[in-house]
Design a protein around this ligand. Structure first.
Ligand code: ARG
Length: 459
């Protein structure tokens, strides 16, 4: 049981209490950040003449030795230590001797862990942004190729008006683009260095906090030492943004599951991203999409959990905050895997375009356009709506659709119908006449694609 604080104690820690308190089992993944923070801290201590250059050099050499040894597998992280900070310090002293005991001058594990977690989270915010960017490239490629791939658009999961696959994917492009903007916002707000806050009230040593912050690429130091050691807002923001990413992935997954069903048959998921059944030989199941949808719950859970953990904690540091790690790591790993797999699934998914167009044709998706046609012939919209409603009822009873009716049948409901009605309610016209910016018509879509390409820096 290696711990850094034995002096004040006479008795031994209860074994179960020690294990309950220890965090090395999960904070070992902060190993590199812990070393990076110590390197910056020690470099600053020497600049401020709190350590000599010789002391600095041996500590830095020791730290880089530990880092290399662990990375090369020559040194295992000792999980009997209380936490990753204790492990690194204990190893340092073992490597370089008593001078290693000077590393923690002017520092507390409270500002140390606040720093480690920020350094780690900062990387994962960038990583998430990169994965979202990869996904946007795949979505945009599908959009460019499917400007004329017609499909039904739905409201209430009832066929509403025809759209295109490019347009439908374009909706997700916007969602994931906003997710990236959230990553950028979070990064900017969190990028301040808490090191130097000490346990809660700063230190009596003349630390140069601006300098340590700049060594680690922070925009500057945080400005209140109590806040620095007890702020987990940035994690809550990140978990919230990750929850939103998952909400988007889950909705998209749900649609893919529907499109992949026997009833729809709009898409075929590649074998690489499907699984079979142990009993039903015919089955090819969309398990990856289902798991992405399913794992959304645990990411939301992490957000709720941390919000609740934080809500009753008095200033400043309290051990409750150690609970920020496991759930955040789990959420970050989950979103990482979901983004990678979802992007792969999307990249390899095939579309059954004829099936999609056939589905867009039936279900009266051209009813609004039939009404608009009558409006064009001088019928007030409300009357046109009523006429086409009766037309649809007639078709439902006859088991047919608007464009299949004869001109006589159409004219029985309104003498405004003429030969050009067939052109007006064709699938192509229904889509192509929708040219407001953001609508599915080809010229409107091309403008949006050009903007999206500029956003992704594509020629
Ligand atoms: N493992 C602790 C955490 O994650 C590190 C900080 C410990 N500080 C303390 N005063 N015991 O929050």
């Amino acid at each position: 049981m290696a711990q850094l604080w034995g002096g004040r104690f006479v008795g031994e820690t209860d074994k179960m209490a020690y294990d309950f308190n220890a965090s090395i089992g999960f904070d070992k993944r902060l190993f590199e950040e812990d070393i990076e923070g110590s390197i910056a801290h020690v470099t600053m201590l020497a600049k401020q003449n709190i350590l000599t250059e010789a002391e600095r050099d041996s500590i830095l050499q020791g730290l880089s030795g530990i880092k290399n040894d662990v990375k090369a597998g020559r040194l295992a992280i000792d999980e009997t230590c209380e936490d990753i900070h204790s492990f690194v310090e204990t190893e340092l002293i073992r490597h370089v001797g008593d001078v290693g005991k000077k590393m923690h001058t002017g520092r507390s594990r409270n500002d140390q862990v606040a720093l480690d977690m920020r350094l780690y989270t900062r990387k994962r915010v960038q990583e998430t942004d990169g994965l979202l960017r990869d996904l946007l490239f795949v979505i945009l490629a599908v959009m460019e190729e499917n400007l004329e791939t017609y499909m039904p658009g739905f409201t209430h999961l009832q066929k509403a008006q025809p759209v295109t696959l490019a347009h439908h994917y374009g909706a997700y492009f916007e969602m994931f683009k906003r997710d990236r903007q959230r990553m950028a916002d979070i990064y900017e707000r969190m990028n301040y260095c808490p090191l130097g806050a000490g346990a809660l009230a700063g230190t009596t040593y003349p630390l140069d906090r601006e300098y340590t912050a700049s060594l680690m690429g922070f925009a500057g130091p945080t400005l209140n030492s109590m806040d620095s050691v007890s702020d987990r807002d940035y994690l809550i923001e990140f978990l919230s943004a990750l929850s939103t990413v998952m909400m988007h992935l889950s909705r998209f997954s749900e649609e893919i599951i529907i499109w992949n069903s026997n009833e729809y048959k709009f898409v075929e998921i590649d074998d690489a991203y499907s699984t079979g059944s142990s009993i039903m030989p015919q089955k090819k199941n969309p398990d990856i999409a289902e798991l992405v949808r399913g794992k959304t719950g645990r990411v939301y859970g992490a957000l709720m959990s941390l919000l609740i953990t934080m809500k009753g904690i008095p200033l400043a540091y309290n051990k409750d905050m150690q609970e920020d790690k496991e759930l955040s790591f789990d959420a970050m790993d989950t979103v990482h895997d979901c983004l990678v797999l979802f992007t792969g699934m999307l990249r390899t998914m095939r579309f059954k375009k004829e099936q999609m167009a056939a589905s867009a044709m039936n279900g009266f998706t051209n009813a609004t356009d039939a009404a608009d046609y009558l409006v064009g012939k001088g019928v007030p919209f409300r009357d046109a709506h009523g006429i086409v409603g009766r037309l649809v009822l007639y078709c439902v009873e006859k088991g047919t659709s608007i464009e299949k009716l004869s001109l006589e049948e159409l004219q029985a409901l309104s003498d405004k119908f003429e030969e050009d009605i067939y052109e007006a309610v064709s699938l192509k016209t229904c889509v192509e006449k929708r040219l407001t910016l953001g609508a599915p018509g080809m010229e409107a879509m091309k403008q949006v694609i050009a903007k999206n390409k500029a956003y992704l820096d594509i020629e």
